[in-house]
Design a protein around this ligand. Structure first.
Ligand SMILES: Nc1ncnc2c1ncn2[C@@H]1O[C@H](COP(=O)(O)OP(=O)(O)OP(=O)(O)O)[C@@H](O)[C@H]1O
Ligand SMILES: [Mg+2]
Length: 230
């Protein structure tokens, strides 16, 4: 049985697609060699588009990228479940303020997801939208509490800049969340140029990448793996 993982946030540009590709790249190759697919469910089709640019005819891919609606995914879930160890779903985030929770587009994806990792990025507009989204996630989690595959949530920080003035609010807020029992990753992902360059084929471990970025990602990835193994 596979694990279905979403990096989700209603806020755009927090790194959902980037981290999906970083993880899929790293974990589909040695030493992990997990069978992985990425289901691109976002209207923007960022990952599907990136893959179509990256790939040349006949080339083998480290992991599959599928363009799939949530209802198509639902229909194929049993086969996907048998075929893959990890399924990453890149979804549209946006919450519709006028819609009830059950009819939100994003809720449909969350019904099938085992783990949602919520990227936090410093900056007031980012934080407000993320915290609003978190409230929504907690409601979905409650609704799924008695299901066979309950939803597990975990926050983490992406694009962290060490000496940024906007970190204070982020750090205080995370402290509160942790105190209230919301799980949060200890390791943060920094803001690295190499992460901007992520494609859908190469792993950070293939090439001579920036050691600091690679080390930061490795430590973060190990924590991520521990969480999804629980
Ligand atoms: N840790 C990081 N360091 C540096 N740049 C990053 C990092 N994470 C993401 N980025 C960059 O930030 C931008 C937004 O990332 P990405 O497209 O992954 O966000 P997203 O949450 O998927 O956005 P959208 O909501 O539009 O789908 C991209 O240019 C990406 O390269
Ligand atoms: Mg995206």
């Amino acid at each position: 049985m596979s694990k279905i993982i979403i990096f989700g946030n209603q806020k755009g540009g927090v790194g959902k697609s980037t981290i999906t590709c970083l993880c899929a790249n790293a974990l589909s190759q040695a030493p992990f060699n997990y069978k992985i697919c990425v289901i691109d469910n976002d209207k923007q089709q960022s990952i599907v588009e990136a893959r179509s640019f990256d790939i040349e005819d006949g080339e083998t891919v480290p992991y599959e990228v599928f363009k799939m609606s949530i209802s198509e995914m639902q229909q194929r879930l049993q086969t996907l479940d048998e075929q893959y160890d990890l399924i990453f779903v890149d979804t549209a985030g946006k919450l519709d303020a006028d819609e009830a929770i059950e009819s939100q587009e994003i809720t449909k994806a969350l019904v099938y997801c085992d783990y949602l990792f919520l990227p936090f990025r410093a900056g007031n507009f980012n934080m407000d939208a993320t915290l609003q989204y978190l409230k929504f996630l907690l409601k979905v989690q409650e609704q799924r509490a008695d299901s066979q595959r309950p939803l597990k949530l975990c926050g983490f920080v992406n694009m962290y800049r060490v000496r940024s003035k906007v970190n204070d609010f982020l750090i205080t807020e995370i402290k509160h969340l942790k105190q209230s029992g919301f799980p949060f990753m200890v390791n943060r992902l920094g803001n690295y140029t190499i992460f901007e360059d992520v494609d859908t084929l190469t792993s950070m471990y293939d090439e001579d990448t920036n050691n600091t970025a690679k080390l930061n990602f490795t430590v973060w990835l190990n924590e991520f793996l521990k969480i999804i193994a629980e």
